[in-house]
Design a protein around this ligand. Structure first.
Ligand code: ARG
Length: 571
């Protein structure tokens, strides 16, 4: 039953206005006591040439009854509509049971590709806590777009080019220990070499010349240096794979900055040929003063390319390779200017698809906990934070559920989930201070709370099955009318609005819209669970409540998945 469609058809009949116009006028009242839909009649005043209250009265007369609705109420200038509780319950539950894990999915994106670039770590630099937001936000957006039928391409645009790799070569050749790097914490060993280079170069400035020469050899693909450079990448990627595995994150492409090196000459030529770039003080730049921005530098005076040049090449490559409908860049707001600049350059090059490139920016994260301090200039490694989250969660589980079977596995799912959920619970642009107490609170608006509620719904169904009740609801005798109580109604409405939350999250690039919906569904489920006796003696009542439990379980799982959380069945 499509309530809105039925309502629009009836209203269109009564008013003579087209359905889609009516649909645009309908509102959802702030609270279901007032109604499930409302028509503010002042919006019709112009066409019907009457006062809103008179319009409400007239339409009320003409409407009579509407299929799927139990009551219509004219109140002042409004017409309020109440869906029939039991057909609403039936509609929602049947849809969720039919769609299962695909609940809320659509084919909106069919035939369209979306590039989602996220994480984009730097080789031989720490994979720090500051990288968590791009990593989990991008991963969630990828899942959301996949759910809506788009074909996504996830890209880790590695920071793997630049003079620092010359420094790494010099440092490695002098002080490096292959064994130690390969068998230990590779990334930390490489970072330590990089730090040592800078200390030593203070005393021995000629090291910098050596580093420049070494980077030049990389640019020339001199075999020994090129191999070392590739090896730095290889060991770093092997190391970070542990973090990606913990988070359940993966990528279709690891084409980073170095991948575009051989595509630079063509871009530089194109910019010159199209008259977009010019030479200024020995540099090649794109003047953006007309757009109130500093110039975008294409080539430095020594002829080397920079970050922006490689981004221009990468954007073009992505368009040519993936023919994207949208290309998202999940990168911190510190780079706002950079993105505005190079998107503008793409536009000046005549690429109308520049408008489809979106900088999905986000605020900074800091840690409340002092055991992770950056005061000494040390980076906070994301892997350490994740492992701490898992350890802390394990301690909580040991206390709460000492008899749980696979504690270590659940601690991983819940510990990691706590961190991810807390990052994705707020508007992305806000700066955010992470707190262990808040994130790991099983009773707060947290990942653990949502996962715990999910496990509870599983347990209700498990117990029913153990008691010999069939969970095949297609054939069951179900009395949907018993789901007219307030708690059940609120739960049904929360579930019913998940699909539109998913669409909104995709339009605004804001997974928090889904996380909040998950919490709403969970608190409604818990209220329903406490208010109602699910295993009622009357089979039709029991089946209705079990079917609603199954619908809630499914919807919560879908929501958790879309923000990147696993859903443990026992906790
Ligand atoms: N590697 C960069 C960093 O860690 C982020 C890269 C962002 N993406 C891009 N296409 N510029 O700061």
């Amino acid at each position: 039953m499509d309530f809105k469609a039925s309502l629009c058809a009836a209203l269109s009949n009564a008013s003579g206005l087209p359905c889609d116009q009516i649909e645009g006028m309908l509102e959802t009242p702030p609270n279901p006591e007032i109604g499930d839909f409302a028509l503010p009649c002042f919006k019709l005043a112009k066409v019907m040439k009457k006062a809103p209250a008179a319009i409400a009265a007239e339409l009320y007369e003409k409407l009579g009854s509407i299929e799927g609705f139990s009551k219509i109420e004219p109140v002042g200038g409004y017409l309020n509509f109440f869906t029939d509780r039991s057909s609403f319950a039936k509609t929602v539950i049947e849809r969720v049971l039919r769609e299962g894990d695909k609940f809320g999915s659509s084919d909106e994106g069919a035939g369209r590709n979306v590039c989602v670039e996220y994480s984009s770590i730097n080789i031989a630099k720490p994979f720090g806590i500051h990288h968590i937001t791009t990593t989990v936000l991008g991963h969630s957006l990828k899942r959301i777009y996949d759910h809506l039928g788009f074909k996504t391409v996830s890209i880790n645009h590695l920071g793997d080019w630049g003079t620092q790799f010359g420094k790494m070569i010099v440092a490695y050749n002098r002080w490096g220990d292959r064994e130690k790097i390969e068998n230990g914490d590779s990334m930390r060993e490489l970072v330590a070499l990089y730090v040592k280079f800078h200390e030593e170069a203070e005393k021995e400035p000629s090291l910098n010349d050596e580093a420049r020469a070494a980077f030049h050899r990389i640019e020339m693909h001199e075999p020994a240096d090129w191999e070392l450079f590739q090896w730095f990448k290889e060991v770093t990627l092997k190391d970070v794979a542990r973090v990606y595995d913990l988070l359940g994150v993966d990528f279709d492409s690891y084409n980073g900055e170095s991948f575009y090196e051989d595509k630079m000459p063509a871009i530089i030529k194109e910019l010159a040929d199209k008259g977009v770039s010019k030479i200024d003080n020995g540099m090649t730049i794109v003047d953006l003063s007309e757009y109130d921005m500093p110039p975008c530098i294409i080539l430095k005076s020594d002829g080397s390319t920079i970050y922006a040049t490689r981004d221009i090449a990468a954007a073009k490559y992505r368009k040519e390779t993936y023919d994207f409908y949208k290309s998202l860049y999940v990168v911190a707001y510190q780079q706002n200017l950079h993105f505005r600049q190079f998107f503008k350059v793409l536009e000046l090059m005549g690429y109308e698809w520049a408008k489809d490139c979106v900088h999905v920016n986000f605020g900074m994260i800091s840690m409340e906990d002092t055991t992770f301090s950056t005061r000494k200039g040390n980076a906070i490694y994301l892997e350490d934070v994740l492992n701490t989250a898992i350890d802390k969660t394990l301690a909580i589980i040991e206390e709460k559920s000492p008899n749980l079977d696979n504690k270590a596995e659940v601690a991983r799912q819940v510990g990691v989930g706590a961190l991810v959920f807390s990052v994705l619970y707020n508007n992305r642009i806000k700066d955010y201070t992470f707190s262990w107490d808040k994130s790991l609170n099983f009773d707060g608006e947290t990942g653990p709370y949502a996962q715990y509620t999910y496990a509870r719904s599983c347990s209700v169904l498990r117990k029913a099955a153990d008691a010999g009740v069939s969970l095949d609801f297609t054939a069951a005798d179900i009395d949907f009318a018993v789901l007219s109580d307030e708690a059940s109604g609120n739960l049904l409405r929360a579930i019913d609005t998940l699909p539109e939350a998913i669409v909104q999250a995709s339009e605004k690039y804001e997974p928090y819209i889904i996380s909040r919906k998950v919490i709403e569904m969970c608190s409604c489920f818990n209220k329903f669970y406490y208010d109602n006796r699910i295993m009622d003696d009357d089979p039709a009542v029991r089946n209705a409540r079990l079917a609603l439990t199954e619908a809630a379980r499914t919807a919560i799982k879908v929501g958790l998945f879309l923000v990147g959380l696993e859903a443990p069945e026992r906790m």
